[in-house]
Design a protein around this ligand. Sequence first.
Ligand code: HXC
Length: 273
Amino acid sequence: MSVKAYIAPVVDSTAIFKEGLFNGKVLFCTGGGSGICKEMTRAVMRHGANAVILGRKIDRLTASAEELSKDTGKTCVGIQADVRQPKTLHDAVAKTIEKFGRIDFVICGAAGNFLAPISGLSENAFRTVIEIDTLGTYNTIKATLPHVRASKGSYIHVSATLHYKGTPYQAHVSAAKAAVDATSAVLAVEEGPHGVRSNVIAPGPIAGTEGMDRLGTKGKAGETAVTAMPAGRMGDVRDIANTAVFLFSDAAAFITGQVLVVDGGSEHLRTTQ
Ligand code: HXC
């Protein structure tokens, strides 16, 4: 008799957490125009928050902000900014305060990635990813911290699991994300006494994201990987969104300085090939 493999359910956070959980709160999300960060924003808005999403592509931001506002009944504003340029972030923070009066939650999610071996990676290519992921995180923290202190708010940094081992062709991202994890831990320790929490979400393979596409996981190799996943499926953007809702909520009030791996158990999987 064959046993049907278990497949973990995918749920919306509104099925678990109450709708008005984040009423009156404001989210500031870099990289919020698409992918994981857009879905994190959608979930936080569904629980009552207004949001500002930031990115370099204004057309995509405007379309996403409109869609998120329509979908959630809250207000989302898209502001063009490059996390490598602190002035654009300071200007965006000023606009956020002018519009909403506060910042409670920050998602540092802007990131860059491509596959390249160290031998084929130019100095500028390595520096570019460090500047987007690591410096971009630092710049976002610097620009928002006074307001997050004022609201006794919370940070979520979007990292990865690539740097726990030697992942080929990912030296630039591995170095950048290791630094993000470390920065978050220090932020948690320094700002805890001011009422600010800081945590990292480390997503595993999440279907349909630009990151997965760029890592070339489409096709047969991707399908084989899924059958071996302890959760029985690829990650869904809602898995990460639900984690963000939990971490921003007071249910996580005693959780700070942590890295939460959300990967369906794949980090612990050792294949025999
Ligand atoms: C080698 C490359 C390259 C590639 C770019 N470069 N792509 N080198 N292989 N595939 C080099 C360029 O030649 C250049 O170096 C340098 O990188 C900078 O490239 P630009 O195109 O000038 O930079 P920019 O326009 O700022 O673009 C940044 C980018 C780009 C990171 C290169 O890919 C980008 O904007 N990405 C944002 C979207 C994205 O990547 N999202 C996915 C994130 S997912 P030279 O020497 O020629 O000047 C993620 C999750 C990871 O991070 C974990 C997944 C599990």
